[in-house]
Each structure stands twice: as C-alpha cells, then as structure tokens.
Design a protein around this ligand. Sequence first.
Ligand code: SF4
Ligand code: SF4
Length: 440
Amino acid sequence: MRHFFFGGVNPAPHKESTRRKPIARMERQPSQVVIPLVMSTGEAATPAVKPGDRVAIGQPIALGQGLSASAHASVSGRVVAIEERPHPWGGVCEAILLENDGRNTPWSGRPEPLDPTQVTRELLLARVREAGITGMGGGAYSTAEKLRQAAGRVDTLIVNAAECEPYITADHRLLLERSDKILQGAQTLARALGAQRAVLVTEGDKLNAAEAVERRLRKRSGKVELCTIGTRYPLGAEKQVVQTVTGREVPPGGTPLEVKCVVLNVATVFAIQESLFRGKALTHRTVTVTGGAVARPRNLWVPIGTPLRCLLEEAGGLREKADLILTGGPMMGTPQPDLEVPVIKSTNGLLCLTGQERRPADQESVCIRCGKCVAACPMHLAPVFISQAVRQNELRKLPKLHPEDCMECGCCSYICPARIPLVELVRQAGQLLEKGGQAQ
Ligand code: SF4
Ligand code: SF4
C-alpha cells in the first residue's frame, strides 16, 4: 500500500449498525414507483410508454440518448401517469408512475445472456447502454459513455469499493455477498476495454469483504489485484484512488482518462455483470437505511423508483425524531425534506440523523486563521481564502484560487472550528467563476 499526503479528515465511521446486515429484499413491495426521466447527466430520457400501458420488470419505459441513460420498469404493472414529481436532486422532474401489480413479471424481451468469452467491446457498450447503467457511487454519469471514451485508451481499470462516506455499507455488503460476480465483471471489462490491469480498491475496515475477494481470487485464473487503502475520508474519491493505485495525478479539472485510468463504482460493475450475463437492466440497487433515528437500520435490495418513505417503513420507521434526513452520507449527501421522492440509480443510502448525531449547529464565528481547512482539503485548495473572496466580493482573486477544482467532499466545513459554511462558499465561488466572475 502506497502512502500519499491527501489531506482529508477522520469522521466517526458509524458503520456498525449495518455492516453485518445482509442485503435483504423488501418484505412489503411499494404499491407505486416513480421513475424520473432524469437519473443521469445529460438530457431527460424520452418516455416510450403512455398511461394505461402494461409493463413488466426490465422493460424499457424511457429512452436515453447521448449522455443520458434509458430507464426501465422496476415492477410489473400499469403506467398510471407521466407527470412532474419532486426529484431527490431538488426541484421537480417529469416522471413515469407505475402501479405495482405485485406479480414481479419479468419482461419477455430481455436480451439473451452472453458467453463470457465472447464479450467484445462493441457488445459490451451496446449491452451497457441498453441496460441504462449509470455511475452508482454518486456520479450518475452514463456508464456506456464512460466506457466508450475509455475503450482502447486506458491501461488500468479501477473498481472502487472504498465507500469512505460514514454510515453507508451498501457497497461493502455487495462486495461481500457478490464478490464472484464482481470479479468476473471486472475481468470482462478489463479485457474488453484493453486495460492491462484491473484493481479492486477497498478500505481497510472491510476486512471480511477483502478476505472474501482474496479467497475468490485464489480460485480464479484471470488477474484482478486487490488494493486496501486507509480509512481516512475522502481517500476513496475517484482522483485519490487513481493516485493511490497508480501514483499518477489527475490534472486539475481533468478526469482519470487523462492518466489512462477508468474508475467504476463496485455496484456499477455488478450491474454491468448482470446485464452481460443475465440480460438484466438496471432496475434494482442496494440502499443502506440507517442513522440514529432509524428503528432497525439495514441494507435493502430496492426497486428503483421506490419512495424513500417505503424504505423507512421497511426499517421499522423512526424510533425518535430525525433532525436531518439525507440521501447519501453525512459528508456529501443531499437533504431530503420530502420522503415521497424516489430512490434513483445513484441513491446508496437513506440517512436519518438525530439532533445529537448532527454536527453541533453552533453559531458561526470569525475565522481564527488556524489553517485546518487548507490542511484538510484533498484538492490542495485554500477554502479560507476562497470564502473570504466571495464574502468580500473580491471576485478578481477567484481565478487563481481554482474553486472549480472543488470536489465538494465537505472536509473543510467539517473541520472548521468557526463553523463557516466553507463548502457552500467554495461552490458559490465556482458558480461565480463559471458566470464570468460577476458579483451576485
Ligand atoms: S474546498 Fe472542496 S475539495 Fe477542498 S475540502 Fe472543501 S469541499 Fe473538499
Ligand atoms: S478552518 Fe475555519 S477558522 Fe480555520 S482557517 Fe479555515 S476558515 Fe478559518
């Protein structure tokens, strides 16, 4: 294991309540699912069904083009409406509402499983596009597009199972329970993309999963390397993982492709494996339902489109008032005021924090120039100067401070003793720069 200076912070992991809980199917299926037409970067997908149509699991119901991904029915039943609904990323978005008939009928047009030895680059790209796969670790970028750009240009495929956000154990459980399929997916991907190395990265606190992978590796002939990294947050972020595995630094504003790497989240690799060898579209995913306010924290296998409310009910509801509800982890998650919003392809967790668990909401005070935000920033930025430039409207200083390189990891806000909302101010600075540095 190599060591680099990354900055970062050490938040309490809080993974104990779900790390030993196997992924469970939902006992009560949702009566209705809401499939937004936007679940990836790019334009909204175009509906391929109309109200009244009958659908089966895996049937394409909205077609993506270019950067956007297609969407598929995650339950069998009937289309009830296509209308605007609240979206977990904020605001509203057109969505297809499906009434669940509870029969779990699979779509008869499901593509045939492929023979592992016959997966060509073209077949891989076509199958991944057809299955509507997107980044499932938060990025939500079209996976078909990412693979198209990477094909023939990368020497290293990195499967990221680091899952460094506190509380979330969805990827940990998937790696532990489906390691064989994930390794098969990684080998197939590396071969089809022309990458010489395939490296699976996990954090040191997932020893049981790493052992499971090692056992499988001993039995497999193909080569996948296992790399265990430290548990410091955000060592598992894309650019940090590339540097740990290859020693190469992704240039500011660049992507891993520029240093001949492609990084895929472990759940994405599992979805690719399912699409290739079982003909399955991306209709379900693992979601960790946790936090001190949740009665029975657990890991669930959830149909995409399930309202967050149903996940919470499946976990026994709230045992005490939640002070903050988020999708994702506490560092980079998105607050969710409305539990009717659905699980989408990038939703890895539903987190319900008590007042005690939340970072103390002290009053903001003045900067004491301690430099902790600078030391913690994994992108080597100076959040203190960026925030001051924004607040004092000294926007001409921004270009040299490169707020556009911020990965919104939240380390600066987390560490700041003055409780200055640094990540929001750095984000604001990036937006101002994009608009040409005009004052608000
Ligand atoms: S400035 Fe951005 S990248 Fe740096 S610590 Fe803050 S949120 Fe993370
Ligand atoms: S961590 Fe907060 S108090 Fe310390 S230098 Fe940065 S902004 Fe100022």
